[in-house]
Design a protein around this ligand. Structure first.
Ligand SMILES: [Zn+2]
Length: 138
């Protein structure tokens, strides 16, 4: 039973289907992100942070939109200004993300390795420490 499902997952038809899934999903997400980034850049309006509205503190995600807009403009210094911790983590998280996308396309399974899990937990912990520090020492 498990051998049959493993063979099906690595058949060219199944792989082509997953490639199509990943490309269409990735393209839609990318276009949505670019559209939102252009909207924010041209209007100056953005989705407000509920956490910031209620507490007055910055949440771990505050500045991510502005960091992305800066990255779209190839402004690395600006991106670093808006969210330095996430910008530093981006290559690591991007590598984990793309390695798993490729594994999913090849095998139909997307599972983090032990090292990737450790990296993700460290990134989350650093992001939380960064959030506390940037609220205490703005
Ligand atoms: Zn926020």
């Amino acid at each position: 039973m498990s051998n049959d499902s493993k063979m099906e997952a690595t058949e060219p038809v199944a792989i082509r289907y997953r490639i199509k899934q990943v490309l269409i999903g990735g393209l839609l997400l990318f276009l949505l992100g670019v559209a939102y980034g252009l909207f924010v850049k041209t209007t100056g309006l953005a989705i407000p942070c509920i956490f910031h509205l209620i507490t007055g503190w910055k949440c771990p995600g505050c500045g991510v939109t502005r960091m992305c807009v800066a990255l779209l403009q190839m402004d690395i210094r600006g991106a670093f200004y808006w969210h330095p911790m996430l910008l530093i983590q981006l290559p690591i998280l991007g590598w984990i993300f793309f390695r798993n996308i490729i594994a999913y396309v090849k095998n139909g399974v997307c599972r983090l390795t032990r090292l990737e899990n450790i990296c993700v937990y460290i990134c989350i912990a650093l992001l939380l420490v960064f959030t506390v520090l940037r609220n205490l020492f703005p």
